[in-house]
Write a protein that binds this ligand. Sequence first.
Ligand code: N01
Length: 536
Amino acid sequence: MTQKFTTELDVVVVGAGFAGMYLIHKLRGLGFRVRAYDAASGVGGTWYWNRYPGARCDVRSLEYSFSFDPELEQTWEWSEKFSTQPEILRYANHIADRYDLRRDIQFSTRVESQTWDEERARWTVTTDAGDVIDAQHVVLAVGTLSAPKLPEIPGIDRFKGEWYQTQKFPKEGVDFAGKRVAVIGTGSSAIQSIPEIAKTCGQLTVFQRTPNFSFPAGNRPLGRREVDDTKADYAGLRQEARESFFGQTGPEALQSALEVSPEEREATYREGWEAGQLIGILGAYNDLITNKEANETAAEFVRERIREIVKDPVTAEALCPYNHPVGTKRPCLDTGYYNTFNMPHVRLIDLRKTDIEEITETSIRTSEEDLEFDIIIYATGFDAMTGSIVKIDIRGREGRSLADEWKDGPATYLGLMVAGFPNLFTVTGPQSPSVLSNMMVSIEQHVDWISDCVDHLRQQGLRAIEATPQAQNDWVAHTNEVADETLYPLANSWYMGANVPGKPRVFLPYIGGVGVYREKCDEIAREGYKGFALSN
Ligand code: N01
């Protein structure tokens, strides 16, 4: 029976982004035989793939980095407030070198299936490279925004010019000089890339289905003093981030937006806007994500800035979002986005007034005109949080398929495990803070928790751990309850699965707060993994 296996491991890790890399380092240090598999040819996950012009992290670089090794955080130097994709990818490669991780990563290999063997209490994992792996545990470190989505537009295969998805930009870059370029979508990826593409292209046409709220990033080179000050008490900053709501440091708002005068509010928002501090606006008052009237004060402030920046009033109005409360879709940070629409060669097409009917060999044909392009860029988002998980054919107890179990929406316990799927862990999975947090903080928390758990099983001579259905139901109910206390469910966002036709409309991450969530996870472990069934 065991002869059919090509590899035997304690832990299979799927993905070699930051989560996969830290898992290898941590589990190897505990003496486990661990190996990661990744479809990419190098490390970095999201930062390996997303190479579109202007790609940049919008969490401050000094915080979007690993904290597990004090020497690493002291010696690595970030150059800007918000790091570019190439700099983050260099950091990922530095991590792989520093901890000698590549010897336990198999690149250019996609995990296709995994099946639970009840008798042996082990997983059989297969890959597209012909591996058949026997492992006690599987950790899915597949990322939350890693299953890119093309739009459902007729004729999309017919276009004969160049076309790219922001998530899969070619390594060698794209030459836009003098070209007629279309960008479809106005989420974070589009909002970062549009100002960059506009710098060199001949003509730029942006197709917008839903306007987004975007805030000035205020990016700048990091000063020596600021870096030294941070490094002097890095441990303190990390601790504050771990205990915070969104996994990032910053002042905590204590007042309602409705308790202060309109003049005071305006001055506060303006200070945040001018300083390039999102938290200075969306974090300025404690009810902006729970109270519609309070939220509208910040939303209208942003609309006023759009009207102020964009010279053509029709374009300005088309760029103003009205259909969702500010912050309930992922807020975007930009460098000159709204200003780009003042350039004579840039045009906005409002898809609420004009439909895209089809894509032809040379053009995008709308209900009003036929527009020819040399390059089309799809910045059309992802099947978020669950897409990359259900793409793997995962069979748990009695051959149950995870994709089937989740057809009405994901159900997990703590966003870490699923009832009926023993010894299968997800890093930053649905119903954990995940995409609502600084991902580095959440990744480290999950990797530490999972590693401790796997080590605990070994020490106790136990073979398997599994979420109980009751604990899972309670957790799902709790995550929905907390989400329903906020304005998030009002938006047709990818947080709600609303961007993928047919995907159930449920709020995917956990909005109870990073610090509170960590405390719950730790308490559950301390109480002997309450809500989990442990077996030998
Ligand atoms: O994707 P999105 P993204 N016709 O889903 C539109 C993270 N990220 O890649 O809103 C026309 O936000 C769609 O319209 P609508 C971040 O978490 C982080 O930009 O669904 N348009 C929307 O405008 C972010 O939220 C960073 O109506 C269509 C756009 O395409 C997440 O990744 C940088 C369409 C998709 O926007 C995803 O961002 C970049 C159609 N058929 C990304 N289908 C940083 O850290 C979809 N759209 C800085």
